[in-house]
Design a protein around this ligand. Sequence first.
Ligand code: ZN
Length: 161
Amino acid sequence: MQIQKDAVVTFFYTLSELEGKQLEDNKDSVPMAYLHGHRNLLPALESALEGLQEGESKTIVLPPEQAYGKLDPSAQQRVPIKHLASKPKRLMPGVIVRIQTDNGVKTGTVIKAGKFVVDVDLNHPFAGKTLQFEVTVDSVREASTEEIAHGHAHGVGGHHH
Ligand code: ZN
């Protein structure tokens, strides 16, 4: 079966920055499962996977506009440490923190930490990056009516209730 709307797909992937370092992969764990055509992945990634069959591999390159957006320089903020929703043991550059804002809790990356305030970058960690996915399709099957009603895949690598 080909990847098409309402198919449940499982796949292995390696995600890297284009001509750069590897960011993540799931090669040594269970394949990721998703329901195709229900906006569970980046839309550009979903459309690149459409039509592939079990066992096929594909390299997919997504510029920032099709992935996590451009870097927004105004997304850097100075936050009082007491406004952090979670406080890691050591506040150092690169550490991920959760910040209580008027618009709910946001995730940011520490740029610089002081005694009472911390400078954080609220951009998505992959913002501004051209991403390269190397995908191998593990399986393709028809979704159950329950999965279509829920809008996601069930079972190994998918949602558990
Ligand atoms: Zn469900």
